[in-house]
Design a protein around this ligand. Structure first.
Ligand code: ATP
Ligand code: MN
Ligand code: MN
Length: 332
């Protein structure tokens, strides 16, 4: 489920940027974003573009991005972290809809996607029984922090590879997918992992496992691996339509000889109740390096120990916190 990439939001706060007369630092949801002075007052509606929005070429309101490229990225302006883009609602072709409305299509914005699979590799659509892999950025869904409060939870390392989904149908057929497509059996990394782990016999029919493929030739191989590897982060039972909770997920992977993403923390009981669920605390937890490397980690993924539905997300409670040091290196 893709969250709102471009939506109507309020300017919650404005403050000066030292050394820059023409700029202000604004707060929109959980994001800090630098805006032009005079463009907004506190409480105004704006059009907010999340990072990785790819703006259309040829629209006057987007042309100022041309020199830097049309993808919205994390930036540091005069020492201030700026994430996303806030523009006046006057850029809308229509009257201003309610706060929260998704206006991506009205503005012709798409999500930046790094690499599409070669069309020769596509076998068919992503299986409808399995949710696609995706994680919301905590800053865009601050409500999840309250939803997690008081519950036991766990934190895994966000690995910077590429997503793989492996689904064994009730007929015993294996469907192996990249982020959006089922792929043809072949020398592609997804099928190499299916073969390495003999998933067409090891996976119980009706189950899907989802993991991050990492290694040479994938992204920047920040883990410094010598060979391709698969790190599982979700197990889905398509017969019941639920994801396994933490304990069952760990046991499932152990039983079937699969590796999981690194589990950084399991926070239970008193420690969970006393935990600081503030945004700033999470941003600190997301910092650091991949163990045994000098590579900054991409961030963390946080989930309750027992699967829960999130009213904020309208799906499973789970979110990512991206390491701002990683984003600033302009490598995302
Ligand atoms: P983009 O293409 O936008 O740069 P992305 O592929 O990193 O994004 P995000 O939406 O940023 O996708 O994050 C979700 C993805 O993170 C999942 O699809 C999954 O492939 C990947 N991922 C890596 N590590 C984990 C983890 N520990 N738990 C869950 N997902 C993870
Ligand atoms: Mn990724
Ligand atoms: Mn990303």
């Amino acid at each position: 489920m893709e969250r709102k990439l471009v939506s109507i939001q309020r300017i919650d706060h404005l403050e000066p940027v030292s050394g820059a007369d023409t700029l202000l630092k604004a707060r929109v949801m959980g994001w800090d974003v630098v805006v032009k002075k005079g463009e907004f007052a506190v409480g105004d509606a704006c059009v907010f573009f999340e990072i990785d929005s790819l703006l259309p070429e040829g629209r006057p309101w987007a042309e100022f991005l041309r020199p830097r490229g049309f993808r919205v990225k994390t930036a540091r302006l005069r020492g201030v972290l700026s994430q996303g883009l806030a523009l006046p609602t006057s850029i809308l072709p229509s009257t201003v809809p309610a706060v929260g409305t998704d206006v991506r299509d009205a503005l012709g914005v798409v999500k930046f996607e790094p690499a599409l699979p070669d069309t020769r590799e596509v076998a068919g659509p992503f299986p409808g029984q399995v949710p696609k892999t995706d994680e919301v950025r905590v800053q865009s869904a601050l409500g999840v922090l309250d939803e997690l409060r008081g519950h036991d939870f766990f934190v895994t390392t966000k690995l910077d590879g590429t997503s793989g989904t492996f689904f064994r149908t009730l007929d015993g057929e294996l469907v192996a997918c990249s982020r959006n497509w089922a792929l043809k059996r072949g020398p592609n990394p997804v099928w190499r992992m299916a073969e390495k782990y003999a998933l067409d016999t090891v996976l119980p029919p009706g189950f899907a496992v989802q993991g991050e493929l990492c290694g040479p030739g994938i992204q920047k191989n920040r883990l410094g691996l010598d060979a391709l590897e698969l790190f599982i982060f979700s197990v889905h039972d398509t017969r019941t339509g639920v994801f396994l909770g933490h304990e069952d997920f760990i046991a499932f992977c152990a039983e079937h000889g699969l590796r999981t993403v690194p589990v950084e923390h399991v926070v239970t009981g008193e420690a969970a109740r006393a935990f600081d669920h503030g945004l700033e605390h999470y941003l600190k937890l997301a910092q650091g390096h991949y163990p045994g490397t000098k590579q900054r980690k991409e961030g963390i993924v946080v989930r309750p120990l027992v699967e829960r539905l999130s009213p904020t997300l309208g799906g499973r409670l789970s979110f990512k916190v991206i390491n701002n040091d990683f984003l600033l290196k302009d490598e995302d």
